[in-house]
Design a protein around this ligand. Sequence first.
Ligand code: 4AD
Ligand code: MG
Length: 442
Amino acid sequence: VYERTREIGVMKAFDGESVVVGGWIKTLRDSKAIGFIELGDGSSFKNLQVVFEDAKIPDYKEIAKLNVGTAIYVEGKVVLTPESKQPLELHASEITVEGSCPPDYPLQKKRHSLEYLRSIAHLRPRTNTFNAVFRVRSVAAFALHSFFNEHGFVYVHTPIITGSDAEGAGEMFRVTTLDDKNPPLTKAGAVDYSKDFFGSATSLTVSGQLEGECFALAMRDIYTFGPTFRAENSNTPRHASEFWMMEPEIAFADLNDNMALAEDMLKYTLKFVLWSAVPTKCGSSTISTTRGCSTASTHKDKFEYPVFWGCDLQTEHERFLTEQIFKKPVFVIDYPKEIKAFYMRLNDDDKTVAAMDLLGSGVGEIIGGSQREERLDVLESRMDELKLDKKGYEWYLDLRRYGGTKHAGFGLGFERLLMYMTGVSNIRDVMPFPRVKGSAEF
Ligand code: 4AD
Ligand code: MG
């Protein structure tokens, strides 16, 4: 029977027993007759103190010369040491080298800057900081699935390759099988995408929302969770070209239902991740953009960018609202229609749409969502105003033709949530392999 080595984090349970562990050398110090290795296997933040003695280990001198980063197996006895700094030790009877490591290993035992670690993204999961961040990422994804599953939502996998621009913002990465040096051309001289594998121009999805709506208008409560792509030319600490989005969509529901869902989801996820250390107060506030702008404009000399009704909120305005005025997450609702997507439901004032952005301190926009325009005529005239080609959206308009109903949904930027949860200030440091402008070597 194959018996795997023990995890280093559970050694306490093996007091007095003989075990075999595998791990990497974090530090090594030795004197003539006795040496100490701090051994880590990444399964927890605990390192194991391995004691090895010249009298007991035949190749003592070679072991004492091993470099930080070497992968080894240690067989030995677990001895609890309640009186010393570390709770227990492993007294080695045998140490074997599994994988050697040269002395110029880029991760030496010292503080490395996040910038430096970004340049070695393949090695940074080995640091405590990134071990922690990526564990939070894993648990948070599970928590979100758990929330929606408990609430009876159906998880829908929406396509990655798509023919429609879900946000109508033209920030799509093109996908094509055509030879880019010598593409087939139409009579008018344009690239002939009908000759492409997909028979039309396709891109990587910016959002699974529109396909999600098809399922909400069939199954009531659904969500999507997957990678989304934006070819936006912004090089900021909050934007990535590839990021994960969680998008619930609910039928027979309006903007208030949507906000209530978002708040419940966030509280559940934060509690799940923090487990027992539940914050005593988590809640949110809601303000209209009108109120947000007038609040901010009474402090207008604080800002680099002026605030006025109809402007898009800049990071500094968002931070002002969450960090100085409300001091908790804030829903900003009813945005001017000009700065929001075509599918958002027009309010009775004809000027604003039933949109909601949830802003969090330190991060800004974590969630963007809306009630959807369910009235066919209003939606069509909005698309005309924006000069969107309705031909590609006939299937989307069908949802309004055949039993259309009030419905709503939102997109949670998964990395933004992680930044909010962990306090990590750059999106590159919550993504295993960040895709940002100028970087995709993996
Ligand atoms: O506000 P957005 O663009 O909304 C949508 O895509 C809707 N279709 C969602 C929906 O209603 N189903 O994006 C949603 C969220 C933002 O609030 C933000 O948290 C995140 O996605 N996001 C980004 N995260 C990282 N990098 C980027 N470039 C992002 N763009 C948006
Ligand atoms: Mg948005």
